[in-house]
Design a protein around this ligand. Structure first.
Ligand code: KG4
Ligand code: ZN
Length: 333
């Protein structure tokens, strides 16, 4: 089954063709980083306007790259939520128009479930396992029972980890996306140089990153923006606090749920320090952790097509009546 995936939930406009649920034939991602950079974060109105401009060319280029005709795809999957409503609507409307005109089945998929399916494009894994989705919009732990069967164990009560990276990077005068520039600045820094709290160290599996962000903001306000070596130290210390929190909660969740395999996804899963520390922590427990390649961690349409392939393959489509509506918030579990 050849599935077209469409992703436009935030600031990436993407299309991909995936055969058999896991063979990526072509993918095109149009990034909006230059558009949002001056603001240090995604501006929803600008995001949806750019999706309107890009969605058709991105889909056309994906088919051209794969060397297949539109009518050769067997079904369409589109991110229907959660996300920015204006952005979601562009992808959902494009998907509906294509499904209707081509008379192909359509399925609206959950963005978090799609993130957790990304790694299946590179390897096959059995269920159940523990899933950590850590991005600009989400920081959630799931007991993953199947491609669309998730039990939420914990989530952020305020900012997502990626959002904290983005906001602190902005305060430091670093470029967007903040996680990438903080990681770069942290490379030569000392992670112990500055003290930052490890938020919510208790037994709960929820996260909270806004206190940590405020601690960074207060320090910058009092002492000014660090420069030279101090900037590297500040970035490394902040990154370490985010990473320690993610590692601790993830390992606690795996132990609590007695799940030995952890799959991680979302933009922050691209962070090398997180990968190192989670791998080390998990090894001590005799568990295993797997991350998708960096290009599959951040928002993409291959993961949407991969999940769509599973769902459509099991007859789980929304039919040609197209009731895949865009939803601002949509619980994954
Ligand atoms: O999954 P994603 O592309 O979009 C959402 O669904 O949010 O994630 C984007 C987020 C941004 O907050 C960005 O700063 C963060 O992922 N990010 C990183 C890294 N690369 C992207 N955070 C830490 N380290 C990175 N290398
Ligand atoms: Zn995402």
């Amino acid at each position: 089954m050849l599935v077209l995936g469409i992703e436009s939930s935030c600031d990436e406009c993407a299309a991909a063709l995936v055969a058999g649920g896991s063979r990526l034939m072509a993918q095109k991602v149009s990034s909006q980083i230059p558009i949002h950079s001056p603001y240090g974060g995604v501006v929803p109105e600008l995001a949806s306007r750019d999706h309107v401009r890009k969605i058709v060319p991105v889909i056309e280029q994906t088919f051209a790259e794969a060397g297949v005709e539109l009518r050769q795809c067997d079904g369409i999957a589109v991110t229907a939520g959660p996300g920015l409503i204006g952005s979601l609507l562009v992808g959902v409307m494009a998907a509906k128009a294509l499904a209707w005109s081509l008379e192909k089945p359509l399925v609206g998929v959950n963005h978090l479930q799609a993130h957790l399916r990304a790694i299946f494009l590179e390897n096959d894994y059995s269920y159940p396992h523990l899933g950590l989705v850590v991005s600009g919009g989400h920081t959630s732990l799931f007991h993953v029972e199947g491609p669309d069967r998730l039990r939420q164990l914990g989530r952020t009560l305020d900012d997502a980890a990626g959002e904290a990276f983005d906001k602190v990077a902005k305060l430091l005068g670093l470029s967007y996306p903040g996680g990438v520039s903080i990681e770069r600045a942290a490379q030569k820094g000392d992670p112990q140089a500055f003290y930052f709290p490890r938020p919510m160290p208790g037994k709960r599996l929820d996260f909270s990153f806004s206190g940590l962000k405020t601690a960074a903001a207060v320090r910058i306000k009092k002492q000014g923006i660090p420069t030279g070596d101090a900037l590297g130290d500040f970035a490394a210390s902040f990154q370490e606090a985010v990473v320690d929190t993610l590692v601790k909660k993830t390992i606690s969740a795996a132990k609590k749920e007695k799940l030995k395999r952890i799959l991680v996804s979302g933009g922050v899963a691209a962070n090398r320090r997180l990968r190192e520390k989670l791998e080390a922590g998990v090894r001590e427990e005799g568990f295993e952790v797997r991350f998708p390649s960096i290009s599959l961690c951040t928002d993409n349409a291959a993961m949407v097509a991969a999940l769509g392939g599973c769902l459509l393959g099991s007859g789980n489509d929304d039919g040609i009546m197209l009731d895949a509506d865009a939803g601002l918030s949509w619980d994954a579990a």
